[in-house]
Design a protein around this ligand. Structure first.
Ligand code: FRU
Length: 326
């Protein structure tokens, strides 16, 4: 439902079935409660490039003032993003990129760096030698390309580390788990698995536990989401050896959207922080993220109350108007 807010912002999300994307969207909604003049319309492409192209065109036709886009795969979605940008609509890319430079701002952690940090951490865990399984994200998406390149560029320095790759496509059951099981049933064994996200890392953990009870495979993921069933939980309980923090940037995207729409200065590239979370720092991280989660739910409750008050106020105004007319 479109309201009378001054700015209409369209968000083309590549998929939203997982908690990381749901967190991104709730961060956006929360930040929006501080920006009373913006309304957000979200379209979820459910991992389908064609659907995403269609959504981007539809949002342009709706006359959005700004577009936020997380492109499913770079190449197939680049054209419609470029077209939207060229038509004069500011475009903020979030988490995933396209193949071109036609965007107004980008928000996300540096995925190449994440790959490199993971390699350095793994090389030190393994003392420079061992068998590593890389469980990769979706081929055409830029976080996969960058995490993979960063990882490969850095692990090269350790010739005694042998890397095998499988395609996990960012997913659990159907992809990462299935291919991991096939590989293990083929008689392969590894010292460590580096999955490009915690969903695939968890899928590897579960299937490994079933296939090799008592085995010693160490597993590392990316995302380190807070809250139940997130990477921070997995590291706390020892399911994962480590997870690299990959903030969603939902709140930052809305702040930048507001800056752009109001003509305030903004940066084109907005790099979010990353860090390794393992047993050495997970407790501090957990304390902090729990505090943030509590603050967030307070903010959400306040925003709801303000909305209710707005409705009451509008009704009162209407009653006053009716009385005046009578
Ligand atoms: C969620 C996700 C994250 C990953 C990111 C990469 O949909 O797969 O787990 O870090 O997307 O774009």
């Amino acid at each position: 439902q479109i309201t009378d807010k001054k700015y209409l912002v369209g968000f083309s999300q590549c998929t939203s079935f997982d908690s990381w994307r749901k967190t991104m969207q709730s961060e956006m909604q929360r930040e929006l409660s501080f920006h009373g003049d913006m309304q957000l319309v979200i379209k979820d492409a459910q991992g389908d490039n064609d659907a995403q192209n269609k959504h981007i065109n539809e949002l342009v036709e709706m006359g959005v003032d700004l577009l936020i886009i997380s492109p499913n795969e770079a190449e197939p979605v680049t054209r419609s993003v470029d077209q939207a940008y060229r038509s004069g609509i500011p475009v903020i890319l979030i988490d995933r990129k396209t193949n071109s430079n036609f965007y107004t701002a980008y928000v996300g952690a540096n995925n190449y760096k994440i790959g490199k940090i993971a390699a350095t951490y793994i090389a030190s865990l393994l003392d420079g030698q061992g068998k590593v399984l890389e469980i990769k994200g979706l081929k055409g998406s830029t976080p996969f390309i960058e995490r993979h390149n960063g990882f490969r560029d850095q692990i090269k320095a350790f010739p005694q580390i042998e890397v095998t790759e499988i395609e996990g496509e960012w997913g659990g059951e159907e992809t990462a788990r299935k291919r991991f099981v096939e590989l293990m049933q083929g008689g392969n064994s590894f010292d460590l698995a580096f999955a490009h996200n915690d969903i695939m890392a968890y899928a590897a953990y579960e299937s490994y536990r079933e296939l090799s009870p008592g085995g010693s495979l160490e597993i590392i993921g990316v995302d380190a989401l807070s809250g139940p069933g997130g990477g921070i939980d997995y590291v706390t309980s020892g399911i994962l050896k480590a997870s690299l923090l990959y903030p969603t940037g939902g709140d930052v995207a809305i702040q930048i959207a507001s800056d752009i729409l109001h003509g305030r200065p903004y940066n084109k590239d907005n790099e979010l922080v990353t860090t390794v979370i393992d047993s050495s720092n997970v407790h501090v991280m957990r304390m902090q993220t729990n505090k943030i989660l509590a603050h967030e739910s307070d903010i959400n409750r306040l925003a709801e109350r303000i909305d209710q008050q707005r409705v009451v106020y509008k009704n009162q105004q209407y009653i006053l108007y009716v009385i005046a007319v009578l």
